[in-house]
Design a protein around this ligand. Structure first.
Ligand code: SAM
Length: 206
């Protein structure tokens, strides 16, 4: 594979980037709350990018967030903009102020079946820590909980699997509602231009 460094992108590459930007879902996002295993976080990035999410939120009390390795995320973290928070309540409020309903994936008795949620509305899905789950602060401030029903011995799903299942349903609903049709607007143009400037300064593969 020929590799060159920086410089103008080919028209083919730009067309590919446009096709992705045209289908980006700006009003569906995921919040990862203090995940301990970077492989889990990387897997969520990968599914989020594949399902067309434009941004992803990380709540991390740790001083250092372990780096995302391109081999694990398949470079997905480069195409999903990350917003980082240190406080779960501020993250939740920040999203609500932008019009998002914040739903926590949680093994809660009052949680709604994820298939009964209207995912065509602006929604943020919170995925909790591998051992402790979603924090009490986030649960207190969020708008509700969703659950992926289980019937086996396992007490929970792997966090990235849970994210993939819920996002798949969200995208199914959005496709049916015509929300995944190619479209272009100022927000998409701005994202496209950011990607082009960044890529033109990076090693590229054709
Ligand atoms: C391994 S689970 C954490 C289990 C933890 N002991 C608890 O009680 O939440 C990691 C995260 O995956 C999500 N999760 C896993 N299985 C789920 C399910 N069946 N329904 C909803 N969320 C689930 C939740 O966000 C959870 O915080």
């Amino acid at each position: 594979m020929a590799r060159k460094y920086g410089g103008p992108l080919s028209e083919r590459r730009k067309a590919r980037m446009r096709a992705v930007v045209e289908r980006r879902q700006f009003d569906l996002t995921v919040v990862l709350e203090d995940l301990a295993d970077p492989h889990n976080a990387a897997a969520v990035y990968r599914s989020s990018e594949a399902f067309g999410l434009a941004e992803l939120h990380i709540v991390a009390e740790r001083a250092i967030w372990p780096g995302m390795h391109p081999a694990v995320t398949a470079s997905a973290h480069r195409w999903v903009e990350t917003r980082r928070w240190y406080d779960p309540e501020l993250c939740c409020k920040g999203l609500q102020d932008r019009g998002f309903t914040v739903l926590c994936a949680a093994l809660d008795d009052d949680a709604r079946d994820y298939r009964d949620v209207d995912w065509t509305l602006p929604t943020a899905l919170v995925l909790g820590q591998e051992k402790q789950g979603v924090s009490p602060d986030m649960l207190k401030r969020a708008d509700g909980c969703v659950i992926v029903p289980m019937v086996g011995f396992a007490q929970s799903l792997n966090v990235s699997v849970c994210g993939g299942i819920v996002l798949s349903e969200a995208l199914r609903q959005r496709r049916e509602a015509g929300m995944c049709e190619p479209t272009w607007d100022d927000q998409r143009e701005a994202l496209f231009q950011r990607w082009v400037s960044r890529e033109e300064g990076l090693p590229q593969s054709e």
